[in-house]
Design a protein around this ligand. Structure first.
Ligand SMILES: Nc1ncnc2c1ncn2[C@@H]1O[C@H](COP(=O)(O)OP(=O)(O)O)[C@@H](O)[C@H]1O
Ligand SMILES: [Mg+2]
Length: 462
């Protein structure tokens, strides 16, 4: 099928800039809308869903050998296209479809232009040594985003049916986007037409290539697993033909395990829904709870050790709280309310206790320091109130007052000593408060994780 030439004005305002893709389902162009002053790039896909179509080189129109069937196919596709256009998900190009229009006796689908590379391009770079091998974290992150996109399209009763590296693009923020819904559009076409086969054998599920077996979400999962197997091991699944697919090196890890499961020949042995696959990738509530408890314990150990095995103090508890929040933001897009509330409560409690302590210390210190101050004034030295100053005051009194004032000075010194003892006593009380807050925190975090994790795991970042 000949593509429209660059410079062609479609519907008198979409100017063809270049051909960016030529698949079995149609031709994808980069075009600009000359009526739009911004003249942004638009991805425009021209459809021709059946064989036996040719382009009239003079008019540019597509002419079909069986016009009636061709028209029925176009109408059916448009119907399906409306479902697709209603799917709004950042990881589905359908959500970026901005218009459909008719021209050249065909249908054109206009989409936002995605600037990033395709996964195929990224994989080529790795192969050529121009980019580092994908990390497990990256693979898991991409896989989870794609599963979320697939969940959305499957919920709309649409199957993609042509998932492969070339049909996964990336936006500017490096988030994957599923493109090319040609196979999905073709699926509902009526009999009587020679529909071009739209799947790609190297990534297609056995039920697609054999034409036997029910098509469903598991069909997309096979292709997705084949795509990720290739990224994980560097070997395309197709390399093994009908033989056994070797286990990846890190076969015990959830990522590799789920990939292998979804490469099962029998659809029933694969995941049946995106959620099912997702569940296998994220930690369970219990695992998350243990991770949090471990984090609190490790924090506590590190903090007390850094202070030469002394007990916890309120500052430590507050810093453990901060670590908890950091952990959540590192692994989840947001800190769940239950955790945030808990952290605030603990921080406030230890803060309040600290204020209480400081107040009582200042009061007792002021009284004792006052006594010392009297002694010091008698000795001719002017000093203020305060626990620490009591010591200075007694020394000053001793120096300036001489033997006459010694009893007063001793009294002042005694006051200071009592002040210091009171401080130590209160520090112990403070430590008790910190220990109690810590124990409570460990207990409450467990309960909070149980409460919020099921809801937040969809925001888990590997
Ligand atoms: N929205 C888009 N923005 C930028 N490029 C796109 C967009 N959609 C498709 N492409 C590019 O065009 C190629 C072909 O489009 P695709 O929809 O996959 O059709 P096909 O594989 O049937 O030719 C893609 O691999 C991609 O490189
Ligand atoms: Mg494609």
């Amino acid at each position: 099928m000949d593509a429209l030439k660059p410079g062609t004005l479609l519907n008198s305002h979409y100017r063809i800039e270049e051909v960016v893709g030529r698949g079995s389902f149609g031709i994808t162009y980069r075009v600009r809308d000359t009526e739009d002053l911004l003249e942004k790039n638009i991805a425009l896909k021209e459809c021709f869903p059946c064989e036996g179509c040719t382009r009239n080189s003079e008019t540019g129109r597509i002419e079909a050998e069986a016009p009636e069937e061709y028209n029925a196919a176009i109408a059916s596709m448009l119907e399906e296209a409306c479902t697709l256009a209603s799917i709004k998900h950042p990881g589905v190009v359908a959500g970026r479809v901005t218009f459909y229009c008719k021209a050249t006796n065909s249908v054109f689908c206009g989409m936002e232009w995605v600037e990033g590379k395709s996964l195929h391009g990224k994989m080529e770079e790795v192969k050529n040594g121009q980019a580092a091998v994908f990390s497990t974290q990256t693979l898991q992150k991409w896989l989870m985003s794609i599963l979320d996109a697939l969940k959305c399209i499957h919920n709309n009763k649409v199957m993609h049916l042509d998932i492969k590296p070339a049909n996964i693009m990336f936006d500017k923020a490096d988030n994957p986007i599923l493109v090319d819904f040609g196979a999905a559009l073709n699926r509902n076409l009526k009999e009587g037409l020679t529909i071009v086969s739209t799947y790609t054998p190297a990534y297609a599920a056995p039920e697609q290539t054999s034409g036997r077996g029910k098509i469903g979400p598991w069909t997309d999962f096979y292709s997705l697993a084949a795509t990720f197997y290739e990224m994980l091991t560097g070997h395309p699944v197709a390399e093994y033909g009908r033989g056994d697919i070797p286990e990846p090196e890190n076969a015990g890890e959830p990522l590799a395990k789920t990939i292998m499961r979804n490469l099962s020949f029998a659809p029933k042995e694969r995941c049946q829904s995106a959620d099912e696959w997702f569940e296998m990738l994220v930690p369970s509530t219990q695992q998350m709870k243990s991770a949090m408890e471990r984090l609190i314990r490790d924090c506590c150990k590190a903090l007390t050790q850094s202070r030469k095995n002394e007990d916890l103090c309120p500052d430590d508890v507050r810093s453990i709280c901060d670590k908890l929040c950091d952990y959540w933001t590192e692994h989840c897009t947001v800190v769940p309310e239950a955790i945030a509330e808990l952290v605030q409560k603990v921080k406030k409690t230890v803060n309040l206790k600290k204020i209480d302590r400081e107040e009582s210390l200042t009061k007792s210190g002021a009284v004792l320091g006052g006594a010392a101050g009297v002694g010091a004034i008698a000795g001719g030295a002017a000093v203020g109130a305060g626990v620490g100053q009591g010591v200075v005051a007694s020394a000053v009194a001793a120096v300036f007052g001489g033997p006459v004032l010694l009893p007063v000075a001793l009294m002042a010194g005694g006051g200071a000593a009592i002040g210091l003892a009171a401080k130590a006593l209160l520090t112990n009380a403070e430590k008790r408060i910190a220990r109690k807050a810590y124990a409570q925190l460990v207990e409450d975090v467990g309960a909070a994780v149980e409460q919020c994790w099921p809801e937040y795991k969809s925001r888990w970042k590997p």
